[in-house]
Design a binder for this molecule. Structure first.
Ligand SMILES: Cc1ncc(COP(=O)(O)O)c(C=O)c1O
Length: 447
């Protein structure tokens, strides 16, 4: 009897075969470092620093089965010699503190990519500032540099001030047009906070994303390239910035023998227990990146003969080196999917993103900006085949909560939202799974 097929999720946490994560977590207990600081946090920060500052050729964690041997393989990119990494409780916290350290405060504006997860823009509002949404260009699906410059000039004209920061996002791991974005940022003297939460290990011209701007955000949420169950980190250009971030992340205490505060701080440091997971995960990071790229290649091969489905690929320019955190594709509006007549007919009780947290009940099945019916029908069809398939992020400028925010729009992200979907890509996705997923999509298409 054939075994029942397990659900294929978008990207699941995957531990090292050797159990390095448990070893380091056990060490935290054995040494009673069960606090948001300690040897695992320090070592994880150092591992991350080596990873993000390593030359491609040096292949940090070359021998991923032997973490002790890794430093020997590390070869520093001299341009990044002062880089430091600070571990935090979440990627969202990293975005928040990066903006704070850029001086963002009440009344300021920040240019942020609209086509993203809400954690790129919400922290701007935590600081009392206003997100100014920038649409994407069609090639990478990320921040359009032309629109960015237009927005900067227009905001200056309208408000008398330049935006305080620029937040491009490596959507699904795809590098943004970093040369162009950095050139504009430098021209107007505006710091860049790279949101590389989804782009850990993606590179541009051999350099790891998150190391170009003033700050770079990483996430170790359960569904990311590596996980600490929940956690994040901020890549900083120098020790001074790292100190500022660490100060803000530990309630901003001044050096007195009692608690003295001259600024508002946060409780955002990473636990030494979680950092133990992170240290173990560093031994599989390169394997994970290689696997995600392999899965993307397989989709590319298998989608060749599926009319109407277009895989999102990186630009032909060899400087682009995406991690393909999730594989994304689009489906032509002319393609009909089985069950499409029932799309959006029922109010659903759950929300995309799974079981985490509480979902606010709604009484309508539709909104005024949603994926096409064939995308929704495909999601439902794939679910019946035990495959998780999700719409791409809904652009922030189309979110009700941001309906009054300034937005510089060219229609790209909204049209991609209508036709785009994400497919499983994580370490648990086997070659056989990819073949099965593509076969299911073929089966879903009405001939
Ligand atoms: C683009 C982007 N930015 C920021 C975050 C926030 O990371 P975290 O979930 O660790 O807070 C995420 C993911 O969750 C993300 O996808």
């Amino acid at each position: 009897m054939s075994e029942e097929r397990k659900t294929i999720y978008l990207c699941l946490a995957h531990m090292s075969d050797e159990g390095f994560e448990q070893k380091y977590v056990q060490e935290a207990f054995d040494t009673n470092w069960v606090v948001p600081m300690g040897p695992n946090v320090t070592a994880f920060e150092e591992d991350l620093r080596k990873f993000v500052t390593g030359n491609v050729e040096s292949a940090v964690y070359q021998d991923s089965r032997c973490p002790e041997a890794t430093s020997a393989a590390w070869n520093l990119n001299p341009a990044l010699k002062d880089t430091k990494v600070v571990c935090l409780s979440a990627g969202t916290a990293a975005v928040h503190l990066a903006l704070l350290a850029c001086g963002v405060g009440p009344g300021d504006e920040v240019c942020v990519q609209s086509f993203t997860f809400c954690a790129s823009s919400h922290p701007i509002t935590y600081l009392g500032a206003t997100p100014v949404f920038i649409d994407s260009e069609a090639e990478t699906w990320n921040m359009d540099p032309e629109l960015l410059e237009k927005a900067i000039l227009d905001r200056k004209e309208k408000t008398g001030k330049y935006p305080k920061a620029i937040v491009p996002v490596a959507l699904y791991g795809m590098p943004y047009k970093i040369d162009e974005i950095m050139a504009i940022a430098n021209k107007y003297g505006i710091p860049v906070v790279e949101d590389a939460a989804e782009g850990m290990g993606s590179r541009f011209n051999g350099q790891v994303l998150g190391t170009f701007g003033k700050f770079g955000v990483l996430s170790f949420n359960g569904n990311k390239m590596i996980t600490t169950s929940g956690g994040g980190a901020l890549i900083c250009q120098n020790a001074e910035d790292a100190n500022t971030i660490m100060w803000y992340a530990t309630q901003a205490r001044d050096a007195y023998p009692y608690y003295e505060h001259t600024a508002i701080g946060y409780n955002y440091r990473m636990s030494n227990v979680c950092a133990g997971i992170g240290r173990g995960q560093m031994t599989v990071l390169n394997d994970h990146i290689a696997h995600h790229k392999h899965v993307q290649e397989l989709y590319k091969e298998l989608f060749k003969d599926v009319p109407g489905i277009t895989l999102h690929e990186q630009p032909a320019d060899p400087r682009y080196d995406a991690n393909f955190w999730l594989c994304a594709a689009t489906i032509g509006p002319e393609i009909r999917i089985k069950g499409q007549e029932n799309a959006y007919k029922e109010v659903i009780k759950t929300a995309v993103g799974g079981a985490a947290g509480v979902i606010k009940a709604v009484d309508s099945a539709t909104t005024d900006c949603q994926p096409n019916e064939n995308v929704e029908a495909l999601r439902v069809f794939m679910l019946s085949k035990k495959v998780e398939c999700r719409p791409v992020w809904k652009p922030m400028h189309k979110q009700p909560v941001y309906k009054n925010n300034p937005a510089y729009i060219n229609g790209v992200s909204e049209s991609l939202f209508k036709i785009g979907f994400c497919l499983p890509a994580g370490p648990y996705v086997s070659d056989d799974d990819v073949k099965y997923i593509v076969d299911c999509i073929k089966e879903a298409i009405v001939k």
